[in-house]
Design a protein around this ligand. Structure first.
Ligand code: KG4
Ligand code: ZN
Length: 349
């Protein structure tokens, strides 16, 4: 997979090791001169299925156990030796502190032993730039819809490192809305993906559900009303609930508001390209609906490749490949943060 390099932008040409441990995937990737040579992901889904959600301490321990083999595998699959790593990119924000610390500690240890520089990367910048690896040219400025388990954001990307948040959720994230609705329907963790599979067999018109904030001028989202409505639907319908149709109706409610807001925002800021990224971007209904809406309006649509939608380390190495050429590096006092604003490029501050 080759990363699209915008004109006038330089890319780091030596091997970068990317590391991602912000939540429930332990991931490592090798990026060389804009080419993703490996992208290894160890998912903790089976582990968290027992508790029906991520328990931070359990997730951190699993990262500790898996980080070394995952990094070794990424280096092996890229056909390199560890000594050939020229820089390390690690996600240090935002995320679960105990989880982030595992990746950051590994990056620091490798940096000392290999005398290699390292750089802390913002998780959302990773998601935002992941569509660059879709094999298509992407013009700047463009609009990104970033939908994951923790975030639902509309971001204007003027250039690499120059981002403006123009809309976001005021309560639950889209992935959370999928996962919480799934739990209410009795679907096991991780609910979002399974709910979308059940939806294929259901009638999306069967149940009427709210789509959140009204008004053409808002670019924000709200999914807490949907959760309440699903809870009520489950109580009222009881055993007569058609679960597949409930899943289809929930998916329709979430997808329709995401598409409507994104297209309205694109028209307002007058951009010609929309990208889609984050775990929920793997949702087929969302990819198709947003694709069709863009088509109708002559907007080009670039979703992240499926394997780059859910958390991965290639998306951490990509921003680093641009930032390293600007001389950006982190120090050994690099910290981890549960919350953090979108980053800018240092030279633009
Ligand atoms: O980006 P991601 O891997 O982790 C975060 O940074 O949050 O996103 C995970 C989220 C979860 O809420 C998961 O249920 C959702 O993405 N997800 C989906 C699908 N695949 C993953 N939601 C709906 N449909 C899917 N096919
Ligand atoms: Zn994510």
């Amino acid at each position: 997979m080759k990363v699209f390099i915008p004109s006038g932008v330089q890319v780091f040409d030596e091997p970068i090791l990317g590391i991602e441990t912000s939540c429930d995937e332990t991931a490592a990737s090798i990026l060389v001169n804009g080419e993703i040579r490996s992208n290894v992901i160890s998912s903790q889904i089976a582990l968290h299925a027992k508790t029906g959600g991520v328990v931070p301490e359990v997730a951190s321990r699993a990262h500790v156990e898996t980080i070394r083999p995952v990094i070794s595998q990424a280096i092996l699959e890229a056909g390199l030796t560890i000594q050939e790593i020229a820089a390390i990119a690690v996600c240090n924000r935002p995320g679960l502190i105990g989880c982030l610390s595992v990746g950051v500690s590994a990056a620091k240890a490798l940096s000392v032993s290999l005398t290699t520089p390292f750089i802390g990367i913002h998780h959302l910048e990773g998601h935002l730039l992941s569509p660059l690896a879709s094999g298509t040219e992407i013009k700047f400025p463009h609009l990104a819809l970033l939908v994951s388990g923790g975030h639902t954001e509309l971001v204007l990307l003027r250039a690499i490192g120059d981002y403006q948040l123009i809309g976001q959720t005021i309560d639950d994230a889209a992935g959370e809305a999928f996962d919480k609705s799934a739990r209410l329907l009795g679907i096991p963790y991780p609910g979002g993906r399974i709910l979308s599979e059940l939806a294929e067999q259901g009638d999306s018109e069967r149940y009427r559900l709210p789509t959140g904030l009204e008004g053409k001028d808002t670019f924000d989202f709200s999914f807490s009303g949907l959760k309440t409505a699903v809870r009520r639907l489950v109580e009222v319908e009881g055993s007569s609930l058609d679960r597949n149709s409930a899943a289809a109706s929930i998916q329709r409610a979430i997808v329709s508001v995401l598409v409507k807001r994104t297209v309205n925002a694109a028209e307002k800021v007058e951009i010609e390209t929309i990208t889609l990224s984050g775990g929920v971007a793997a949702n087929l209904c969302l990819r198709q609906s947003l694709g069709e809406a863009c088509n109708k309006r002559g907007i080009s649509f670039v979703p992240a490749l499926n394997e780059l939608c859910t958390d991965n380390a290639a998306m951490i190495a990509i921003p680093a490949s641009f930032r390293l050429t600007k001389g950006e590096l982190s120090d050994f006092d690099l910290d981890c943060f549960a919350n953090a604003p979108l980053p800018t490029l240092e030279h633009q501050r």
